[in-house]
Design a protein around this ligand. Sequence first.
Ligand code: FMN
Length: 193
Amino acid sequence: MKGEPSEFGAYRLLAGAVVPRPIAWVSSRSGDGVDNLAPYSFFNVVAVDPPVLMFAPVGTGEDLKDTPRNVLDTEEFVVNVVTADLAEAMNATSATLAAGESEFDHAGLEKADAERVDAARVADARVAFECRLYDAIEVGGSTMILGEVVYAHVDDDVATAGALDVTKLDAVGRLSGSYYATTRDRFAMERPP
Ligand SMILES: Cc1cc2nc3c(=O)[nH]c(=O)nc-3n(C[C@H](O)[C@H](O)[C@H](O)COP(=O)(O)O)c2cc1C
């Protein structure tokens, strides 16, 4: 197979080959005070100085999902890390709900207060990043949200000697369709000098 991306169906091609994708489980608060929570797997680290993350919801302008709308209004959000024990709840929060209904309630998730931003975080998330909007860039039919991490929560259970320990985290990633991957099947390689 070869050809222009549209011949393969660009979404299927890109989402099937760029795998596994980490999942930003983004919590935000609407102007009416409703706590929103949704997963976004078009997600990654952009910079470490300053520490900046990005996620990219489909939609632009007036046609935005709740998360980017809230983030553009408040300029604040939390990225919660999805671990295997929270995968089902994460999936439940991707449901389309009536305006005013919180995904936290829908998925039976407990909220915790953030320290620096006006948004709830997922109480059971082992890692959560409180972010302030750094920039928002329309890319075709999507809006890339860049957030600077201003405060981090790391559960002691996933730390070793004061640092986050990836072998303890049990994060999950998205493949494509309904497939996900765990991070349990690891291998190590030393980097050449
Ligand atoms: C694992 C997973 C990853 C997703 N990633 C994205 C994504 O990167 N971009 C997107 O627009 N929607 C993505 N979605 C769909 C949104 O989560 C879904 O549209 C959700 O209802 C948006 O909620 P909101 O309107 O409260 O922000 C994903 C769904 C799942 C289950």
